[in-house]
Every structure is written in structure tokens, then in C-alpha cells.
Design a protein around this ligand. Structure first.
Ligand code: NAI
Length: 460
């Protein structure tokens, strides 16, 4: 049986390991952390979603229950228990991945892997032992880490990254978030709901760069109403601890003083300290491993997937690549459709997107039609008391093919799945509109938005 060695046990690596085992490879996965699951599971998607859920329940019990005619006594916050629940969720899921690898007979090695030459890897364990590994095929899936900016002095306590912001031991009085991207908005929302004053400092004149502008503007309005104080057009020059406080200085502005500073200005691939220079594997100017459409690097028998290669740094993109890469190695037909990878920001309401934005269509000169339908015109949204938001469908003006779908509103992250399926099958707006959508559901908002591209929405 051919052997396959995977470096990294995150969503790219562990999923690739399971698929490789299914396909009959003798599979080994090296991970330096004691827990599997990578950033996503340990200090990313999963713990942040646990905190978002708990903080949302806290806010809803204080402000939304009365609207439903439910009266409760004074609501209190037990932050230690809230954080422990988050840790329990993470621990349970990481153990689950351990179990999945065992079930699939994947050999798991704990330690830091480093190439010593093409096809040769040395692993150093926590206790300092080293062992040499080789395999017929080697897949690099070592993920990414938070980036910073010159002038920002991260001390891992008052000034830190998303990792620290998942575990502040008390609610900061004033939290300054640098960067209005996914991480900034999600973790900013968590601490705002738990009682912090949250200031979000962003270099651009808008939040959520890359998302459809109309939807991002709506998000800014709704999140602003929840208390997030956006300072747009602010270029951070420095952030450092002075007299026990975080001091953030922006070009041409007064300093902002905070109890905690969260730096959320993007992530960089983990391609250093890997000994890649000993292999001849080529990197692009942004430090990502260059791969061809079959995830092959410049060196035969070596592959790369997930955050270490180009494309959005998203867990589900990494998983797709893990499966496809191993299928290619096995001589099968792997496939990742990069045009239909959804993005979801799990604020309240959620923001979800797939395909082209209106700005991209304008820029490329693509003739398009647009259909918008508001949550306030949907029956289920009223029953849920979730009437903020809208769905927007963009179609090709002549073929009616769906080119992009953008949603802000309750459960947008779940609703976007229908748009992904429709786009994957190259559906037209008419196809989607003619599908029966159960009543009363939020999914009817998408059907109506599809009708609206042709000026035929029924309920607006
Ligand atoms: P991001 O790239 O989404 O946002 C970073 C923000 O920082 C941008 O708006 C940028 O304009 C701003 N910025 C950069 N330099 C600045 C400066 N000097 N002063 C002020 N603002 C500045 O990065 P983020 O939020 O750190 O997320 C990292 C990665 O993790 C992303 O690729 C994201 O896709 C992924 N992620 C995905 C999540 C999800 O799918 N729900 C959740 C969290 C992260």
C-alpha cells in the first residue's frame, strides 16, 4: 500500500487523513499540538461560535424575552462557567477527531515536523526526541497564524490576538478591536454582548472588505445599533501597553485607551520553520506554497492544502482541498469549485455570501439583474421576531444564471447552503424560484429574492 504523510492535523490535514485511509493509503498525520483540529477547533471557529451562542443567549434573556411575553428575574453572567462550556465543547470535539483517526487506522504522531530534504521529514516531540519519517507522498497542511502590523506590540495579555480574546478572564470595560473583518466583528460582538464598550478601528472606509458593499453597510448599521463603535478610515500606527492600559495610536487621531486590544488584521500562512528551503518547494510573494490545480507543489510527491496555499482561509475550503488532493493522488477525480465557496460571519444577525459581489460584476462589466427581498416581508421572520436583514440575488442579465447570493439576517449561514447548491448546479433564478419552499420558513426569502430579479416578488 502506498504511504501518505500529512503535516498538520487541522481541517485540511485531518480530513485528508481520513479520506486517504478510506482510499487505502498507509496514512500518518503529524500534529505539534496535543489536540487535533487545528486553529478552527482549538482557537478559531468552534470556540468563537460557542461564545457567540452563550453571549447571544445572555443578551436575549436580558432584552428579547419580554417581547415574547416571557418574564424572568434579574439575569446574571457567570463568565467562568461560560468560558468552561466553551472549553468543554472544544475538548469534546477534539477527542472526537482522535476517535475518527483511530477508527480509520491513521497513525498520529505528536511533534513539530520539519523537512530535512525532499521526501524526508524529522519530527521533534515535546520531550525533545526526534524521529525521521518518509513517505511516498507528503501533504503540507500546516495552516496559518494571526498576523500583526509594525508598531503593534503584542504582549499576549492586554494586547493580543483572537486566541487571547477567546478567554479574557473578566469582561473588559473597554475593548479596542483593530480590524473590522470576520474575527473583529465576531469577537467584538461577543464582548459587547457581555457588557464591554467595544471600539472597532478599521483602516478602510467600510467593514468586511470583500463582502458585497450593500450587505456590509447594512451590517455596519445593525451592529452599530448593538453598540459597536466603528472608527473607519483609521490607520493604526502603533499599539502598546502603557501604565497597564492598551494605547492605540492612529494616523492623525487622538490615542484610544483600552483595557484590552484585539488585533484582527488577517492571518499569515505557517510556511516558516518547516524546512521548506531544503526541499526546493516554491513559495509565492505572500509566503504561500505554490500549487497546481492538483495541489502538487514544485517538487514531485509533495502537495499542499488549506491556509498554506492561495484562496480564502476558511475551514470548509481547506476540507474540500484535503479530500480532492488525496483523491488526485489516488488517481481519482478530485474537485473543488472555488466559485461556490460560501463565507459566513456569525454575528447577529449572520452575514453570508457566495459567488460574485455587485462590485465585482460592475468591475468586470458583466450585465446583471438584482433581486432583493427583506426579512420584514417574511412571515416566519415576524414569528421569530427577527425582521432585520435582506437577501440579494445577482443573476446574469441575459442567461438568468445565478452569479452571487448575499444575505444578512437571522440564520443566513444556514440559508446560504441552498444558494451554494443552486449555483453548483448552475441554476437560474427562475429554477430557484420554481422550487417549492416550505411555508412558513426563512428559506422563502431566497425564493422571493429570486422572483425579485424579474420584478415578480409576491410579498413585496
Ligand atoms: P480579515 O482580513 O477578514 O480583516 C482584517 C481587517 O483589518 C481588514 O478589514 C483590514 O482592512 C483591517 N486592517 C488591516 N490593517 C489595518 C490597520 N493598519 N489599521 C486598521 N485596520 C487594518 O482578517 P481577520 O478578521 O483577522 O480574519 C483572518 C482570517 O480568518 C480571514 O481569512 C477570515 O476569512 C478567517 N475567519 C473566518 C471566519 C468565519 O468564516 N466565520 C471567522 C474568523 C476568521
Amino acid at each position: 500500500m502506498p504511504s501518505l504523510l500529512i503535516l498538520g492535523g487541522g481541517p485540511a490535514g485531518y480530513v485528508a487523513a481520513i479520506r486517504a485511509a478510506q482510499l487505502g493509503f498507509t496514512t500518518t498525520c503529524v500534529e505539534r499540538e496535543p489536540a487535533l483540529g487545528g486553529t478552527c477547533l482549538r482557537v478559531g471557529c468552534i470556540p468563537s461560535k460557542a461564545l457567540l451562542e452563550s453571549s447571544e443567549i445572555y443578551t436575549a434573556s436580558r432584552h428579547a424575552l419580554e417581547r415574547h411575553g416571557v418574564l424572568a428575574g434579574p439575569v446574571q453572567l457567570d463568565l467562568a462557567r461560560l468560558l468552561k462550556r466553551k472549553d468543554d465543547v472544544v475538548n469534546g470535539l477534539t477527542k472526537g477527531i482522535d476517535g475518527l483517526l483511530k477508527k480509520n487506522n491513521v497513525t498520529r504522531i505528536e511533534g513539530h515536523a520539519r523537512f530535512t530534504g525532499p521526501g524526508a521529514v524529522s519530527v521533534t516531540t515535546a520531550s525533545g526526541e526526534t524521529r525521521s519519517l518518509s513517505a511516498d507522498h507528503i501533504v503540507v497542511a500546516t495552516g496559518s497564524r494571526p498576523s500583526s502590523l509594525p508598531g503593534i506590540e503584542i504582549d499576549g495579555s492586554i494586547i493580543g490576538t483572537s486566541t487571547e480574546a477567546l478567554s479574557y478572564p473578566s469582561v473588559p470595560e473597554h475593548l479596542v478591536v483593530i480590524g473590522a473583518g470576520y474575527i473583529g466583528l465576531e469577537l467584538g460582538s461577543v464582548w459587547a454582548r457581555l457588557g464591554a464598550k467595544v471600539t472597532v478601528v478599521e483602516y478602510l472606509d467600510r467593514i468586511l472588505p470583500g463582502m458585497d458593499r450593500e450587505i456590509a453597510d447594512e451590517a455596519q448599521k445593525l451592529l452599530g445599533r448593538q453598540g459597536l463603535d466603528f472608527r473607519l478610515g483609521h490607520k493604526v500606527q502603533s499599539a502598546r501597553v502603557e501604565d497597564g492600559k492598551g494605547v492605540v495610536r492612529c494616523e492623525g487621531r487622538d490615542p484610544i485607551i483600552a483595557d484590552r486590544v484585539l488585533v484582527a488584521v488577517g492571518r499569515v500562512p505557517n510556511t516558516q520553520e518547516l524546512g521548506l528551503e531544503t526541499t526546493g518547494i516554491q513559495l509565492d510573494p505572500r509566503g504561500r506554497i505554490e500549487v497546481d490545480p492538483h495541489f502538487r507543489t514544485s517538487v514531485a510527491g509533495h502537495y499542499a492544502i488549506g491556509d498554506v496555499i492561495k484562496g480564502p482561509m476558511l475551514a470548509h475550503k481547506a476540507e474540500e482541498e484535503g479530500v480532492a488532493c488525496v483523491e488526485f493522488i489516488a488517481g481519482k477525480h478530485g474537485h473543488v469549485d472555488y466559485d461556490t465557496i460560501p463565507g459566513v460571519c456569525y454575528t447577529h444577525p449572520e452575514i453570508a455570501s457566495v459567488g460574485k459581489t455587485e462590485e465585482q460584476l460592475k468591475e468586470s462589466g458583466t450585465p446583471y439583474k438584482k433581486g432583493v427581498f427583506h426579512y420584514r416581508a417574511n412571515g416566519r421572520a415576524h414569528a421569530l421576531a427577527e425582521t432585520d436583514g435582506r437577501a440579494k440575488i445577482l443573476t446574469h442579465a441575459t442567461t438568468d444564471r445565478i452569479l452571487g447570493v448575499h444575505i444578512i439576517g437571522a440564520r443566513a449561514g444556514d440559508l446560504i447552503a441552498e444558494a451554494v447548491v443552486a449555483m453548483s448546479f448552475h441554476a437560474s433564478a427562475e429554477d430557484l424560484a420554481r422550487c417549492s419552499h416550505a411555508h412558513p420558513t426563512l428559506a422563502e426569502i431566497l425564493k422571493e429574492a429570486a422572483l425579485a430579479t424579474d420584478g415578480r416578488a409576491l410579498h413585496s
